[in-house]
Design a protein around this ligand. Structure first.
Ligand code: PSU
Ligand code: MN
Length: 305
């Protein structure tokens, strides 16, 4: 066992009893949602996963350990503390060796889940190639890590703040399958479509589980992206949100926001510009992904019994 990993009691028991486990990230808690929505939603995602027959493992870096499964007090820390590092691969060893409180992004959480042997991870929207990347070169480490770790990321596609055609091109280049879950379209976070298709459509947890099993049975070391569109009743159509995104992106540029600050800035600004509507959609979509993530984890588990 990797000496940097430390498991909560609940997750340790889940492994011993061979129960399905779903990983959850901490960057959405520390940087994605404002307090107290972050705390409520983190706990709600865990509850939804339990209701659907799996065990949640929220992941973060604490005291020099990669903690797989956080208790309520630890989740509260990530929801309220000021001095937290957003951790992708680049930041991982620094945060551990300096014993910093590290909130793992999708990329950081995939690294941890892979080390711990957890195959399913439920989150919001994948990071990707940012708009204007030909000028500033901002490409999320999420894209690199999803091609390197054997984890299925259950998401609402990639975030609408990105250049979605280039994001899909990158995923193709690195060989990551993009699955439309009960949809032909590639979901774009707040919206059920992006105007672009996913690579393949699968309609049930069992089919996704079969794809995962086959990919890793082949020995492929890459993950896959499951794009589960936000429910229609909660979506914000792309035409409605895109001008707010453009405004937020322009403001980030003029205020010289760069690096890991960009995505949190944009999510927060779009929430302000939409009068809180985008936050409600974001909360709804992560709950939905927790549910589908649990269903896929249960189906994958049944395949591998
Ligand atoms: N999905 C959400 N909210 C978020 C994120 C995803 O609903 O805050 C986070 C994830 O942790 C993802 C990160 O890995 O945004 C991408 O950040 P960057 O673009 O800096 O790589
Ligand atoms: Mn970036």
């Amino acid at each position: 066992m990797n000496p940097y990993l430390s498991f909560s009691e609940e997750v340790q028991q889940a492994f011993q009893q061979r129960l399905p486990v779903v990983a959850l990230e901490t960057t959405i808690i520390s940087f994605g949602f404002p307090y107290p929505y972050n705390l409520q939603t983190a706990l709600e995602m865990e509850a939804i996963i339990r209701q659907h027959g799996a065990v949640p493992a929220t992941i973060g870096l604490i005291e020099g350990k990669v903690k797989i499964g956080l208790d309520k007090e630890e989740i509260e820390l990530f929801a309220t503390k000021e001095q937290i590092i957003k951790v992708s691969r680049r930041d991982f060893a620094y945060a551990l060796s300096q014993k910093k409180l590290g909130a793992t992004t999708i990329s950081g959480t995939m690294i941890a889940a892979h080390l711990a042997g957890i195959r399913v991870f439920a989150t919001g929207g994948l990071g990707g190639v940012h708009r204007g990347s030909h000028l500033h070169g901002d490409v999320s480490n999420d894209l690199e890590e999803i091609s390197r770790n054997q984890v299925a990321v259950i998401s609402s596609g990639a975030k609408a703040i990105l250049d979605l055609p280039l994001t899909l091109e990158y995923l193709e280049t690195t060989g990551v399958p993009v699955v439309g879950y009960q949809s032909n379209d590639f979901a774009s976070f707040y919206s059920r479509t992006s105007g672009l298709p996913s690579n393949f459509r699968l309609d049930s947890p069992a089919e996704v589980a079969k794809l995962m099993h086959t990919q890793w049975d082949l020995g492929f070391s890459s993950g896959l992206l499951v794009a589960n569109p936000v429910p229609k009743s909660e979506e914000i159509p792309f035409q409605e949100i895109d001008h707010l995104i453009q405004q937020a992106v322009a403001e980030a540029e003029s205020q010289k926001i760069t690096g890991k600050e960009v995505t949190p800035f944009l999510l927060k600004r779009i929430n302000q510009l939409s009068d809180g509507k985008s936050l409600l959609t974001n909360l709804a979509l992560v709950r939905e992904n927790a549910k589908v993530g649990a269903q896929i984890a249960v189906a994958y588990h049944q395949l591998n019994r």
